[in-house]
Design a protein around this ligand. Structure first.
Ligand code: FES
Ligand SMILES: [Fe+2]
Length: 445
């Protein structure tokens, strides 16, 4: 439970808000690369309550500038991409990607008026299918050395979706290890060729699908560890024969997480405000061993959204596709096989901004509680000019690399050494992994 004041602090992200300032101190996803078609690579975007225009420059770089022309306020989203920038249709002012006004053709030739204009502009960088924006002012830092960024593009797949609620609900759903035992349970375990089937893959070394394993063992021990990048969340489920299921997920501070996806893949997913009542999730799915079948994955994901807004087909308007017969026979939710829709329902059904003054958090909500504590502290630290998580941690230890997300079964004793060994070995096998960072690798081949 939060005070009304803290709930406001965490959920309001427009310019000048405490959480908005903090989120702007990190690279934020603003679009997929695929959203800028060659015919006219420009698009209006809304990020953290700011209306902007994103475009690709002739030199291959990108520009992200304020949508409202600094002259007399018309919409620059219709601008002409020419002469090294974007040119307003109304009177021809030309802006470059730094916000400099290069030309004001109707002004006298000797005029230096254009030098007085500083149009809003933010640096951008494309990484593995996602265009990230730096809205924190000044010279941007390099993005952290996360696996999602280091992976060669051939081993990744990027996608996004629009969820109609505050960003924090989406993020809190993603780091909550408890819900997978319920929300994503399948009564019918027949594997189908759909997106999310990895969630029904057999857990390594067993003949049990993950969804069944976590569904049957619905009271995990949850532990949370503060790391350089944010939080590491352990969900431990004791099985028969002195075995333990270890699921490790990670919060990438402040608004992303890394979760395992099947036995080989992981997903890094951001939840970034469009405004305080809407947000986008952006993911980079990466395969640690093989090239991804991007075409198939994209086709599966496109079944769930309409373009150009990546708006989900299901939502509040159709009760997220709820079917009571399906709920009785096939899925826990009655909302189809796509686990992304389940998550969407969970966070949207709460309402646009959750009233956290009336919730009741239990022991199983430990990750959410720890995250809110970290976030509230970071908001204060950032406002006071003190360091905040994931900004000053050099990526030199196992803790800071990856981070590694696993689903595995280990002997109950010594499970911690097992997952670390496994993580190090996995990185070894990956064609793109950095040098091994943990000397306890190669326990077995
Ligand atoms: S309003 Fe854009 S150039 Fe005049
Ligand atoms: Fe989920």
């Amino acid at each position: 439970m939060l005070s009304a004041e803290d709930n406001e602090r965490l959920t309001r992200t427009g310019p000048g808000t405490p959480a908005g300032d903090l989120l702007r101190a990190y690279w934020q996803p603003v679009a997929l690369v695929e959203e800028l078609p060659d015919e006219r690579p420009a698009k209006p975007v809304r990020l953290l309550g700011e209306d902007l225009v994103l475009y690709r420059r002739a030199d291959g770089g990108y520009g992200l500038v304020g949508r409202t022309c600094s002259h007399r306020g018309v919409d620059l989203a219709f601008g002409r991409l020419e002469d090294g920038g974007i040119r307003c249709l109304y009177h021809g002012w030309l802006y470059d990607h730094t916000g400099a006004c290069l030309e004001q053709p109707a002004e006298p030739p000797e005029s230096r008026f254009r030098e007085k204009v500083a149009h809003p502009a933010h640096p951008v960088r494309a990484i593995n299918g996602i265009i990230f924006a730096w809205m924190g002012g000044g010279e941007p830092p390099d993005p952290p050395a996360f696996d999602a960024f280091d992976a060669p593009e051939s081993h990744t797949f990027a996608f996004k979706g629009w969820w109609k609620c505050n960003w924090l609900q989406g993020l809190e759903g993603g780091i909550d290890p408890s819900h997978v035992s319920f929300l994503h349970r399948f009564l019918d375990e027949d594997p189908r060729d759909t997106y999310g089937q990895q969630f029904r893959e057999h857990v390594d070394g067993t003949d049990v699908p993950l969804s069944k394993l976590v569904g049957d063992n619905f009271r995990p021990d949850i532990d949370v560890e503060v790391t350089g990048y944010g939080l590491r969340v352990y969900a431990l489920r004791d099985l028969a024969d002195d075995l333990r299921h270890v699921r490790i997920t990670n919060l990438l501070f402040p608004n992303a997480f890394v979760i395992p996806f099947g036995n080989r893949m992981a997903i890094a997913q951001w939840h970034v405000p469009i405004d305080d009542h809407n947000h986008h999730w952006y993911m980079v799915m990466y395969d640690l061993e093989e090239a991804t079948d991007t075409e198939t994955l994209r086709a599966q994901r496109l079944e769930g959204v309409t373009l150009p807004d990546y708006e989900p087909i299901h939502g509040r308007h159709d009760d997220w596709g709820f079917d009571p017969t399906e709920q009785a026979t096939t899925t826990y939710t009655g909302m189809g096989m796509d686990i992304n829709v389940h998550d969407q329902w969970a966070v949207e059904s709460i309402g646009r901004i959750q009233d956290r003054t009336v919730e009741h958090l239990g022991v199983s909500d430990r990750a959410v509680t720890a995250y809110r504590r970290q976030l509230l502290r970071a908001i204060d630290d950032h406002a006071a000019g003190r360091p905040t998580p994931a900004r000053h941690a050099p990526g030199t230890s196992l803790d800071d690399l990856g981070p590694v997300a696993v689903d595995m079964i280990t002997p109950r004793d010594g499970w911690e050494g097992h997952w670390r060994d496994r993580a190090a070995r996995r990185r070894h096998r990956s064609p793109w992994a950095r040098d091994p960072v943990d000397s306890r690798d190669e326990v077995d081949a």
